[in-house]
Ligand binder design. Sequence first.
Ligand SMILES: C[S@@+](CC[C@H](N)C(=O)[O-])C[C@H]1O[C@@H](n2cnc3c(N)ncnc32)[C@H](O)[C@@H]1O
Length: 267
Amino acid sequence: MEQLRDNYILSSGQDGHERLRLLCALHDPFSRRLLLDAGLGPGKTFAEFGCGLGCVSRWAAIRGARATGVDLSHDHVSEASRLACEAGIEQVEFRQGSIHDSDLPQGAFDFAYCRFLLSHLSRPVAAMRTMAACLKPGGGLVCEEPDLKTIYSEPPSSAYEEAVQRILQLADSLALDFRFGTKLALNALSIGLEVQRADAYQRHFLGGKEKGYWTWSFAEARPSLLQTCSSPAELDKCLSDLRKVDLDPKFMVGHARMHQLIARKPS
Ligand SMILES: C[S@@+](CC[C@H](N)C(=O)[O-])C[C@H]1O[C@@H](n2cnc3c(N)ncnc32)[C@H](O)[C@@H]1O
């Protein structure tokens, strides 16, 4: 597992790739619709921060945009580049770097985009300012971030309730905001942007691999989550109970509500 700064609690090595592929399958259709509504199309310049495996940047390039993806993880950047090369997509490049010190030019992009990034950062509003700074006047800031408090099962289960409580407790101890999705729009206003859309969606599953996405994420965050427990066995029981709920077709699992923002830099 690669060691990343800024309290990133998920795996960024090979073990994280498969989970990120599932994340893309779960969210890409919603992200694509959002970006098309924001006006992404041929000839537009598109910067994605915390791009992970680069699914959204590759799609933007296929739509005719000139895309640049930035990620803190060397491993994710090299996998994103490999996938672009394999697919023969030329209008996309990937760079390693933190959103806080990326070398992208200021005032140069039509769109600055991120998904599941700001909630992992201890200075999310500073990161939004950085994204806004790289936009041309009239350019669009497009962000998608979750509210982890909204993860649940129906009927309610102690496993999901405990896991959500632990993950929010961990966020507090790391000075992260795993509910940052709810604050996207107000923060966009606070940094001088015009909010065009503030909306949210939530995915639900009765079965399939998708149902266990958050259990998988909690298991990946196990090394960090251990600090919320008196013993590893306590956490492992919670993870095992989550898996039982995921496998039980009598339970529906609601994923984290995803908040979507389209905001404009004044012209
Ligand atoms: C949960 S993943 C989401 C990946 C991608 N945005 C997606 O939705 O498929 C978060 C990504 O942010 C990256 N990351 C974490 N901290 C970062 C930082 N300070 N600057 C840039 N990227 C960062 C991680 O390496 C990881 O690839």
